[in-house]
Design a protein. Structure first.
Length: 427
């Protein structure tokens, strides 16, 4: 077989379990094997390198396109309305398997799967001169390449379908999204609450269409209790696809630009309702805005198992927000305070000090499906951070340039929603 020449960007697909992520701009998978040196007296060399728990970091950057689909897939949220609110409680607990499918010289040849990945950060960046981005970082302790007969590999969430609510030793099942006319998908590995089941999985009933859904069932080694999280890696061992199966979002929006974004501010804001109607609290002259959510995890380990059995979210969750604006008057400064601003600025008094910033403000970024110059447009997504306060501000100007006014804020609460706006509480 000839040596592969290259891997094109168009020949790489990123999956969250069985869902192909959309608008992905970059992905990286970085591994630290955490090898520990073992030494001893009378020996000036290392006796052994002992593997501690590896650290695998996955970074995924996507274009923001007014959808919660990618975030919902990474949190394994299924069966809920697209408008449901995603907050800290929705993030504490869920994990996902990340798959990266690769074509070499335009032929599908391998898939990397990382089991039990937990979100460790989410970031949104809105810039006046480019596309808005949504960035995810995940952490885990494993990475396996599947190739040759297992080149087309997927990790699927288990389905408890029995009347008793459990997966028995002979009745494990997963729903899959393929038409199994010629292809044969074989379960090759199973994880129960993040722990790999040893031994070979054997097919029980083979491929079947049950209740209108294509399913695979097989005989597992042990029964799986109701409520247990189990995932199964399946590989196409029949007529393998020669290219990455394409099933991204059906949205026609490729990216979000400056005219499709509104940034609103509310003082003493703690809910969507604090924002009122559109445009009443818009921040103006904003050049860029970044929202970064730190989802730091505590890796929980136990004797008897090499791998981490859970990654508990560290609370409270820090939310850091930055604003870069073109300096003009002090109206934007006043909006971050409890002081009123009139058209001439006189109602704030004769001075504005750094001690006047509010400590319970909230911001809401609203994303539309069209520019503000369009006759009609619809709100597609809202991102809100509440209970924030200004932690730093900066004024500066260079020769030949425009003066800038920057603000940095922090908080510990955020919401993401597919609602029509920050002030709406239902779809």
């Amino acid at each position: 077989m000839a040596k592969a020449t290259k891997v094109r960007y168009s020949g790489v697909g990123v999956y969250a379990c069985q869902f192909l992520l959309s608008r992905v701009q970059s992905v990286s998978m970085d591994t630290d094997l955490s090898e520990e040196e073992v030494r001893e007296l009378t020996n000036d060399e290392v006796r052994e390198y002992v593997s501690q728990t590896p650290s695998v970091t996955v970074n995924i950057e996507t274009n923001e396109y007014g959808s919660c689909r990618n975030l919902r897939a990474l949190l394994t949220i299924t069966g809920a309305a697209a408008s449901d609110i995603i907050n800290v409680s929705a993030i504490d607990g869920p994990s996902v398997d990340i798959g990266v499918m690769v074509e070499e010289d335009n032929v599908l040849t391998r898939t990397a799967i990382m089991n039990e990945c937990y979100l460790s950060s989410i970031g949104w960046n809105f810039d006046v001169g480019g596309m808005a981005t949504e960035t995810f970082t995940l952490e885990t302790d494993n990475k396996t390449w599947y190739l040759n007969d297992y080149a087309e590999a997927y990790s699927y969430n288990g389905v408890n379908f029995n009347s008793g609510g459990e997966c028995t030793a002979t009745s494990c099942m997963i729903d899959i999204s393929f038409t199994l006319t010629e292809d044969v998908y074989l379960p090759v590995k199973q994880y129960v609450d993040g722990i790999a089941v040893t031994g070979v999985l054997t097919m029980a009933d083979g491929n079947a269409v049950l209740g209108g859904l294509t399913k695979i069932s097989w005989a597992a080694e042990t029964a799986i209790a109701s409520g247990t999280r189990y995932r199964t890696i399946i590989c196409n061992t029949g007529t393998t696809n020669t290219t990455i199966p394409d099933a991204p979002s059906t949205s026609t929006i490729g990216g979000i630009t400056r005219g499709m974004i509104d940034i609103n501010l509310a003082i003493s804001g703690n809910s969507f309702d604090d924002f009122g109607s559109e445009g009443t609290t818009n921040l103006l002259r904003v050049q860029s805005c970044g929202i970064d959510v730190d989802l730091s995890r505590e890796a929980l380990q136990e004797l008897g198992h090499h791998r981490v059995f859970d990654r508990s979210l560290t609370l409270p969750v820090p939310v850091n927000i930055t604003f870069n604006t073109l300096a003009n008057d002090l109206e934007e400064w006043a909006k971050f305070t409890d002081l009123d601003w009139s058209t001439d600025g006189t109602t704030v008094g004769n001075s504005l000090g750094i001690d006047s910033f509010a400590k319970t403000a909230a911001i809401c970024v609203r994303i539309f499906d069209a520019k503000d110059t369009e006759a009609t447009r619809n709100l597609k997504k809202a991102i809100m951070a509440s209970g924030i306060q200004i932690t730093a501000e900066s004024f500066g100007v260079d020769v030949g340039g425009n003066a800038t006014q920057d603000f940095t804020a922090k908080g510990s609460n955020f919401l993401v929603s597919g609602l029509g706006g920050c002030f709406e509480t239902s779809a």
